[in-house]
Design a protein. Structure first.
Ligand SMILES: [Mg+2]
Length: 410
C-alpha cells in the first residue's frame, strides 16, 4: 500500500467558538456554553480560549466557573447550530478533497494523499485550510498530519493544539521520537481506567508500553490491549473511506433529568422524546443508523446503578417508529426498576441514506414528510409552536429540552 497523507482537523473550543461567531458581542470574551443550573444541567460543555485562561474547563460545574471568573458569559447550547456549522466546515474541506471522514462534531479526517502535486506542501495546504475555516466561520482550526488516522490524531492532540502554526506532522519514522516520552494517558485510546491499569504495572509513558511484548498485552487485556500496543507504535490499519461507513461516535443525546424518575411510563415518555430528537438530527444529516445504544444512570450516588446496552436494528433507519421499539426493548429488558437520574440514546453505524433508499419502507417516507412539515413550523414559529400531546403530561421533558436544542432563546 502506498503512503498516505492524512489530516485531522480539530476546531478549537467548538461550541463556544460557534456562539462567538453568531454573536459578535461575545468575541474575545470569556464564554462558557452550559445548560440551565436550575435543571441540574449546570455543567460546562465548552469554554472559549479566554475562559480557559481563567482555568475554566469542560465538565466543570457552572458555579465553579463563575467563581473562577465572575464575568464569564454563560450561553445555552444550540446543538442544531453546531451541527450546521460542522456541515459548513465539511463543505469547506470538500473544496480540498472528497475523501473526508467526520469523526465527531468538531473533528474531521481529510485524506490529502496526492494533493501535494497540485496544492503544494502539506504545511501550505494545512495553512490554506485553516485560513479558509477562519475566514468563513471565525473558528480556529488545528491540523495534525500523519500517515494514518492514528498518527494524525496524535499529531493534533499532542502537538498541533499547542503549536503556534496550529499544525504538526508525525510519520512512521519520527513517531517514536516525538511520542514515546509522553505520559501514557496521552496515547489515543487510553482512558482513565486503562491509565490506572498501566500504572499498576509500571507503564508510565507511551514508550514503556511500546517496549512490552505484544503478546503480554493480548493476554492481559485482549484485543483492546493489542490495539493500544499498535497505537504506541503508530500503527493503524483503518483507512479513510469516502462517505465514511465507520462512524465512531454516531449521533446521540444524553439528558440529566430534573428530578429522579421512578415511573415506567414517565421514563418511557422521555425516551420517546429523545428518540424523536436523535432521529430528527440524523435525518437532517440525510443519514440512517444501524445500532441503537441506550444508557440509563441510577439516581443513588452511593450505590451506582444503571446500564449501557446496545442492539442492532433489523435494518438501518432514522425513523422513530423503527428505532423506538428497540429502545423500549432494551429499556424493559435491562432496567432494574430503581429511580433514574440520567438517560441517553444514540445511533451508530451511520451511513448516507441515499445508499439504501430502495429498502425504505413506506412509513419512513410518511414520517419524513410529517417531520419536514413539523420542522418548518418550528423553524418559523419556534420549537414549542407545535408538539406531541404527550409533551403536556407529567414527566415530559419537551419544554425543558426545547430551550437546549435549537430552541428560540430570549
Ligand atoms: Mg475541538
Amino acid at each position: 500500500m502506498s503512503k498516505k497523507t492524512i489530516f485531522l482537523a480539530d476546531m478549537e473550543s467548538f461550541y463556544a467558538s460557534v456562539e462567538a461567531s453568531r454573536n459578535p458581542a461575545l468575541r474575545g470574551k470569556p464564554v462558557a456554553v452550559c445548560g440551565d443550573p436550575a435543571l441540574r444541567h449546570g455543567i460546562i460543555l465548552a469554554a472559549s480560549r479566554e475562559a480557559k485562561a481563567f482555568g475554566i474547563k469542560t465538565g466543570q460545574p457552572a458555579w465553579e466557573a463563575r467563581r473562577m471568573c465572575p464575568w464569564v458569559a454563560f450561553v445555552h447550547p444550540h446543538m442544531q447550530t453546531y451541527i450546521d456549522y460542522s456541515l459548513r466546515i465539511t463543505r469547506i474541506f470538500e473544496q480540498f478533497t472528497d475523501r473526508i471522514h467526520p469523526y465527531s462534531i468538531d473533528e474531521q479526517f481529510l485524506d490529502i494523499t496526492g494533493l501535494e502535486n497540485l496544492l503544494g506542501s502539506p504545511e501550505k495546504i494545512a495553512a490554506a485550510v485553516n485560513r479558509r475555516v477562519w475566514e468563513e466561520t471565525g473558528i480556529r482550526c488545528r491540523i495534525g498530519m500523519g500517515e494514518n488516522l492514528l498518527q494524525a490524531k496524535m499529531a493534533c492532540d499532542c502537538f498541533a493544539k499547542k503549536h503556534p502554526d496550529a499544525f504538526f506532522g508525525l510519520n512512521s519514522a519520527n513517531y517514536a521520537d516525538y511520542t514515546w516520552g509522553l505520559p501514557i494517558k496521552s496515547l489515543f485510546g487510553v482512558g482513565m481506567r486503562m491509565e490506572r491499569n498501566f500504572q499498576g504495572v509500571g507503564v508510565r509513558t507511551i514508550g514503556h508500553l511500546a517496549g512490552l511484548p505484544r503478546e503480554i498485552l493480548r493476554k492481559r487485556w485482549g484485543i483492546n490491549g493489542e490495539v493500544l500496543w499498535l497505537n504506541a507504535h503508530g500503527i493503524d490499519y483503518s483507512l479513510v473511506e469516502p462517505g465514511a461507513v465507520h462512524e465512531q461516535k454516531g449521533i446521540g443525546h444524553t439528558a440529566t433529568l430534573p428530578r429522579d424518575y421512578r415511573k415506567q411510563e414517565e421514563i418511557e415518555l422521555v425516551l420517546r422524546e429523545m428518540t424523536e430528537e436523535v432521529c430528527r438530527r440524523i435525518r437532517r444529516q440525510r443519514r440512517i443508523g444501524s445500532t441503537v445504544h441506550l444508557y440509563c444512570k441510577g439516581a443513588d450516588f452511593d450505590r451506582p446503578s444503571g446500564f449501557a446496552r446496545q442492539k442492532k436494528l433489523p435494518e438501518a433507519t432514522a425513523a422513530v417508529m423503527d428505532v423506538y421499539p428497540t429502545v423500549l426493548w432494551l429499556f424493559r429488558k435491562h432496567w432494574d426498576r430503581k429511580p433514574l437520574r440520567a438517560v441517553g440514546i444514540s445511533l451508530t453505524g451511520l451511513t448516507a441514506y441515499r445508499q439504501l433508499q430502495l429498502t425504505f419502507s413506506e412509513h419512513y417516507e410518511r414520517e419524513e414528510a410529517l417531520t419536514r412539515a413539523v420542522d418548518r413550523v418550528q423553524e418559523r414559529f419556534g420549537k414549542t409552536s407545535i408538539f406531541r400531546a404527550s409533551a403536556l403530561t407529567p414527566g415530559a421533558q419537551f419544554f425543558q429540552r426545547s430551550g437546549m436544542i435549537g430552541g428560540h432563546d430570549s
